[in-house]
Design a protein around this ligand. Structure first.
Ligand code: ADP
Ligand code: ADP
Length: 232
């Protein structure tokens, strides 16, 4: 069963002569327990699709169901609550709090929500992310790849229905990128997380279970179980 679906999803920016149809009737299912990659040329609608699925952007028409809930008619308040309690986010720029240590950054969403730390789950996330000897370092003492792995762990720690990753390896060298992608993939295979990422990088997409290709606001292709080298 899908963890998120879009049906005839249309997103238009602006109005009249200058209107841009960023998404032109998308039908898509994000499969529960998979790492899905969204690829396509610049301007093809990748970010818009991700933002509509994550309740960050409103569909112009069509249906978006996330974790069993139709979100297109939710109020801003309901959407904010959904994002805080049920979704995880990873951005290109890490967005860590510079004054907090790695482990404090990882548990921050739980502290803010005043949720109890599930120590066993926290331990399994920390083990999987491979930062056990860096937990008390601040972001400035960590490499870019390590900072992004902290950001991924932070997104995962509250057991969200879906983690949304927007160009998670966009600022990283290929070795650091591989470490981040290996962790995201392991979070799916070993912890049962559902993850969707937007990426320009075919090497990054080869870590996914499924790759969706967008062009001009349309879904133009889908590849399951890619192997390295099959995406160009
Ligand atoms: P991608 O992520 O694939 O680069 P986007 O989803 O960012 O594509 O953009 C899809 C189209 O929508 C592009 O033509 C872009 O210029 C347009 N667009 C995106 N965001 C806005 C916005 N806030 N206002 C107007 N046009 C936008
Ligand atoms: P980009 O690097 O693509 O510009 P941003 O980091 O600016 O992405 O964030 C994209 C969108 O996500 C923005 O609208 C921002 O307000 C929103 N956003 C950022 N962090 C969070 C968060 N933790 N929860 C919900 N929304 C967020």
């Amino acid at each position: 069963p899908a963890i998120a679906t879009a049906r005839t999803l249309v997103k238009t920016y602006g109005a009249g002569e200058t209107a841009v149809r960023a998404l032109d009737g998308i039908d898509v299912d994000l499969v529960r327990g998979e790492l899905t990659a969204i690829m396509g040329p610049s301007g093809s609608g990748k970010s818009t699709l991700m933002h509509c699925l994550a309740g960050l952007d409103r569909a112009t028409s069509g249906s978006v169901v996330v974790d069993g809930a139709e979100i297109t008619r939710m109020s801003e308040r309901q959407l904010t609550r959904l994002r805080r309690t049920r979704l995880g986010f990873v951005f290109q720029s890490y967005n860590l709090v510079p004054t907090l240590t790695a482990v404090e950054n990882i548990t921050l969403p739980l502290d803010i929500a005043r949720r109890r730390v599930d120590q066993a789950h926290l331990d399994s996330v920390i083990a999987a992310v491979g930062l056990a000897d860096r937990l008390h370092h601040r972001p400035s003492e960590l490499s870019g790849g390590q900072q992004q792995r902290v950001a991924c762990a932070r997104a995962l720690v509250s057991r969200p229905a879906i983690v949304f990753a927007d160009e998670p390896t966009g600022n990283l060298d290929s070795r650091s990128a591989r470490e981040v992608l290996t962790f995201l993939r392991a979070s799916v295979d070993d912890l049962g997380q559902s993850v969707v990422m937007v990426t320009h990088d075919p090497n990054a997409a080869s870590f996914a279970h499924r790759v969706l290709f967008l062009a001009d606001g349309h879904l133009v292709g889908e590849l399951t179980r890619p192997t390295a080298g099959t995406i160009l």
